[in-house]
Design a protein around this ligand. Structure first.
Ligand SMILES: Nc1nc2c(c(=O)[nH]1)N[C@H]1C(S)=C(S)[C@@H](COP(=O)(O)O)O[C@H]1N2
Ligand SMILES: [Mo]
Length: 247
């Protein structure tokens, strides 16, 4: 998995704030945090606590108007079929040839009803459309319209257990990442199959991608393959990128 290290000024400021928050609110219920790897990753813990203690929990990301939609570059992987990801590339290439008719999203882990969802099943849930600003850690932003199903609807349908704390995502290009339940149940956290009124294109993550509007762009995983709900944080190792980067 190729990911890179980044400390922005914003992160530094939030980290500073959160240090304060961590000391002011030592008994806060959000203070059992995920950590990635080692003490050098403490910034994740601090940023997480800052957002979770000092900011309103379910504040909404700003939504824009149709006329605000901008050009939107595709970055990172732009087609998992490009042979870089072994069996996954082969599988994705095959799905692509079939216009994703055979694509299924797997949901497993701490749910009462593990299983798979076809695109038509996913599209049978009430949808949500939102026009939001995507912020990439590389310094660009773009505004796009996303249509999909709230992740909360799918998690509830799968019968998520009360003890569950994290939702882990796996993609066709070998990405793995997780979010906590506050982000997972946020009304703007959706599994998106539409962008700007069309089916999600391959460069932007076809057939289904995550949109986590309250965090930086790399949390919005493209090319979703599998979702695993867990009680405990799974440390995927030092990805080089912070686990939590709220915006
Ligand atoms: N599976 C996967 N998801 C991904 C990426 C990727 O390379 N692979 N890139 C991330 C980054 S860094 C950004 S900025 C956005 C880019 O989305 P876009 O290509 O639709 O602009 O997707 C994120 N999700
Ligand atoms: Mo990004």
């Amino acid at each position: 998995m190729k990911r890179k290290k980044l400390v922005t000024r914003r992160t530094a400021i939030i980290t500073g704030l959160s240090t304060l928050g961590a000391f002011l609110l030592p008994g806060c219920s959000h203070s059992s945090p995920p950590t990635y790897g080692n003490i050098l990753r403490m910034g994740d813990w601090l940023t997480y606590n800052a957002q979770r203690t000092l900011l309103p929990e379910q504040s909404m990301a700003k939504e824009y108007n149709y006329r605000d939609i901008s050009s939107f570059p595709a970055t990172g992987t732009i087609n998992p079929a490009d042979n870089l990801f072994g069996d996954s590339s082969e599988e994705y290439a095959q799905l692509q040839r079939g216009a994703f008719a055979d694509w299924r999203l797997t949901i497993e882990g701490r749910v009462a009803r593990p299983g798979t969802y076809s695109m038509s099943q996913i599209q049978s849930f009430p949808s949500r459309t939102q026009i939001t600003r995507h912020t990439c850690e590389e310094g660009w932003t773009a505004i796009g319209q996303w249509t999909g199903v709230p992740l909360a609807s799918i998690l509830e349908h799968a019968g998520i257990y009360p003890s569950a704390r994290f939702v882990n995502f796996y993609s066709y290009d070998g990405w793995e990442d997780s979010i906590d339940m506050l982000d997972a149940f946020h009304p703007q956290t959706i599994l998106a199959y539409g962008m700007n009124g069309r089916d999600l294109s391959i460069p932007h993550g076809a057939p289904l991608r995550l949109r986590v509007e309250k965090q930086i762009g790399y949390k919005s995983m493209k090319y979703l393959q599998r979702i695993v709900v867990t009680d405990e944080f799974i440390d995927i190792g030092d990805s080089g990128w912070s686990w939590y980067v709220g915006i």
